[in-house]
Design a protein around this ligand. Sequence first.
Ligand code: GLN
Length: 490
Amino acid sequence: MSLYSLTLTEVAKKIKNKEVTIKEVLDDIYSRIEAVEPKVDAYITLTQDLAYKRAEELQQRLDNGEDIGVLGGVPIAIKDNICTNGVKTTCASRMLENFTPIYDATVIKRLEEAGAIVLGKTNMDEFAMGSSTETSYFKKTKNPWDLARVPGGSSGGSAAAVSAQMAYASLGSDTGGSIRQPASYCSVVGLKPTYGLVSRFGLVAFASSLDQIGPFARTVEDATMMLNVLAGHDNMDTTSANLEKQDYTEALVNDVKGKVIGIPTDFITEGIHADVKAAYDKAIETMKNAGAEIKEITLSYAKYSLATYYIVATAEASSNLGRYDGIRYGHRAEDFNDLEELYRKSRTEGFGPEVKRRIMLGTYVLSSGYYDAYYKRAQQVRTLIVENFKKAFEDCDVIMIPTAPNTSFKFGEHSASPLEMYLEDIYTVPVNIAGLPGISVPGGFDSKGLPIGIQFIAKSFDEKNLLQVAYTFEQNTDYHTKEPTIEEGK
Ligand code: GLN
């Protein structure tokens, strides 16, 4: 068995036990990248020089008998909207094509303190706006299960890198589904932690009340290892929760007896692919057989989540992206006569069509005369959705729904209609609106052999219950053991 196909937990153990050197692990993963990346295009930047330097330092410390951390020597990929000191962070936008941060995001510091090695920065939808990674200014990332199809988005590069075994784990960001939906399309585990559990310091902001960083991994155990490192209070993020540190690995128990799993029958209705529905029904059966109690619940406001999201998220984006003016940093137009023309030209050239659409929508819903009708109303509906989940969790421990209504689609299939694209997030967006933790786990394949994801949702900061249920589902199925073909045509 090749090194690159081991799990994160396995490779970390081999390094610690000195069965392999960190350099051997790096050589192996970079040669895998060399072989597969030309087909998949998951990365924007590779950081070999830095990675080998760190590998040498870590190996020396290990050889001196030091503890190099739980992720000691493990190569990991990072979404290109997370700041890395001295390494370009482009957000897959022309606007930030040449932006090199002078500091690390808190999550990068935490990963490095735990011994991880950054392999490179991954492709994404421009400024994390999209569900297919097609809005990237640089390249199209392909789905390792069918190279003619999208990997999902916006963290498509991070999902594809883990799926194609070009990284043991990766980081993504999830504002409306950008970790869970690509995880579902690429058959990997994708975890969006509770809002406030993982620091957003150094994450380039899209919609600040919804954004959250989380891991992609090949197994629930690996995702849990990552969460243990990432979670925790950070003074640099005012929305960071100040809670006692937990050991999430305690949740890795294959047992759901006594747990109640909620099935929102009024939410999973029309617009769902028949094969996804069948996989969902089978997943319910799996959990029942594993000893969980299955209970029907109602989430009557969840269907308004998408409408709410496209007001709240665009409003926040229009404000966050105001900083890209061509003056302080980012792309600056060359020919201009006055300040206003400099702003206009820099932004016209620097942003792609989807980002412009979001800025215009957001500016509109915040403008005087429309604020009450749209933004204020959306905030009110947001509260109803939060209450809706609170009530639902009086009757169950964890909610189970599909991650996305469909499986991966072909390039260009939804590009003409933004609304069709937005509908791919119908099952993931409510979780961000309510700030809850959610995880997507490999949950089967459609008749073409394309991956399907099953999503679990828990109460705020109840990651332990979430992970235990997800782990049990994984241990009672074998979908996560299947590997992609990295070929075209399904
Ligand atoms: N696809 C959603 C959007 O386009 C969510 C993106 C995200 O989670 N970053 O906004």
